[in-house]
Ligand binder design. Structure first.
Ligand code: NIG
Ligand code: FE
Length: 423
């Protein structure tokens, strides 16, 4: 008998999400590879084996056991696009929006991202950590075990670095593993109003090199976790040439790319980001057939954000159905942030995607597991329950894992295991 640290047993099914290496597309999105009556053997924080409980009990002597209570076991969820590190809130703007102001009107009037930047600039690292920890706790309870985390509320070098520092401190002290992204080009800060190109000069010449230096000496680099560089390509933020400039500069630092594109307007940022080999392109709410075909022909993941149109009361969602049918690789995210989506729940994002974007439950699940893992550069580490991957898993209350999307507004997650520890 081989000694192991943990045996998760008495599961109705272990939904492994195992499959061919690389991104899942098209028909592959219909198979979540469930093992009935399965159990999971864990050693040193990693999955050692998944299989029928009786077979694992013959081979392994567990030091501890977790009884799944007849519920379904799934991989820990991966949230591939968040703005979770910030100070303050935008409750007052929320109320203004309900009364009729649009997200873009509020942004143009100096609210929106700029208002969170004002609050974040005056917050020290301790406060950023404390305010963000509450949100990460909620995400964890709802099944998220890995999340990307963007800067973009500092919009000046020192404050952007404080956001990165807070991300590293939270990664080290909270069960959720974080993947940092530098998003200095999120908005033009007030002091640069009307001088977007001058701000961009600062981003490219000072902030980005500082972020790259910070990363090189950070625990993320030591752990092989990437630092991404992202840009908000949108009317009122950065146009296509400006966005290209940021992403090309990122490439000279050897950093992988992401881009916010086609959220409110299709400016051409999608084609540009695909040309530059971005790992993901995010939002895509107004992407049409031509863009979908380009995405399908690429190795880039389309990260879709149903929580944003939901939260903004919009009726228009990214055409996820057409994307999957065309063979594009998609992921889903909460985009948790204080303005467009104050939402910690991936199960809710999935539930909206199933209803308004016509994703099947299997497609929604693979979009928050293996494809989301690839969208943050960690496809070999997390996103499925396969030998060698991190033992990140969730146990649901119910035997049928589709309760994750069938019910909504509650929390179907009974237990969360992160790196082999019940958290
Ligand atoms: O992904 N689109 C740009 N950035 C965020 C919104 C951030 C905010 O409103 O503070 C997003 O939706
Ligand atoms: Fe975003």
């Amino acid at each position: 008998m081989e000694a192991i640290d943990l045996l998760v047993h008495n599961a109705a099914h272990v939904v492994t999400c195992a499959g061919p290496p690389g991104l899942r597309r098209g028909e592959q999105m219909r198979n979540v590879a469930a093992v009935p009556g399965g159990a999971v053997a864990v050693r040193a924080g990693r999955v050692l084996a998944v299989g029928p409980e009786a077979a694992l009990r013959r081979r392994y002597a567990p030091a501890a056991e977790l009884d799944a209570g007849g519920g379904a076991v799934l991989p820990g969820l991966v949230d591939p696009h968040t703005h979770v590190v910030y100070a303050g809130d935008r409750v007052a703007e929320f109320e203004r929006r309900i009364a009729g102001a649009t997200y873009q009107e509020i942004m143009a009037a100096g609210g929106g991202i700029a208002s969170t930047a004002r609050a974040t600039r005056v917050a020290d690292v301790e406060r950023l950590v404390a305010e963000t920890r509450r949100r990460l706790d909620q995400m964890l309870r709802l099944g998220t075990t890995t999340a990307e985390s963007k800067t973009g509320y500092g919009l000046e070098t020192a404050a952007e670095l404080r956001q990165l520092e807070a991300t590293a401190l939270l990664d080290a002290s909270h069960p959720i593993d974080l993947v940092p992204t530098f998003l200095g080009a999120h908005a033009v800060p007030a002091e640069y109003a009307g001088r977007g190109d001058d701000y961009l000069e600062l981003v490219v010449k000072e902030m980005l090199p500082a972020a790259a230096r910070w990363y090189a000496g950070s625990p993320f680099a030591a752990a092989g976790t990437p630092l991404f560089v992202d840009v908000f390509c949108e009317r009122g933020a950065f146009d296509v040439p400006q966005s290209r400039r940021v992403l090309e500069a990122a490439r000279t630092h050897g950093l992988p790319l992401k881009a916010h594109v086609d959220e409110f307007s299709a400016l051409g940022g999608l084609a540009m980001a695909l040309e530059l080999g971005a790992v993901s392109v995010d939002h895509l709410d107004v992407t049409g057939p031509e863009g979908i075909a380009m995405l399908a022909a690429s190795e880039t993941v389309g990260v879709l954000i149903p929580t944003v149109p939901f939260n903004l009361g919009g009726a228009h969602f990214a055409d996820a159905r057409a994307m999957v049918d065309a063979g594009a690789a998609i992921a889903l995210t909460t985009d948790i942030n204080p303005g467009s989506a104050p939402c910690p729940s991936l199960p809710l994002a999935m539930a909206i995607a199933c209803r308004y974007q016509r994703l099947l439950p299997t497609e929604a699940l693979l979009a928050v597991t293996i494809n989301a893992a690839h969208a943050v550069g960690l496809g070999a580490r997390v996103g499925s329950l396969e030998p060698g991957k991190l033992a990140d898993l969730i146990v649901l209350e119910m035997a049928d894992w589709r309760y994750l999307v069938y019910e909504f507004g509650g929390n179907p997650v009974r237990s969360v295991v992160k790196r082999g520890q019940v958290v």
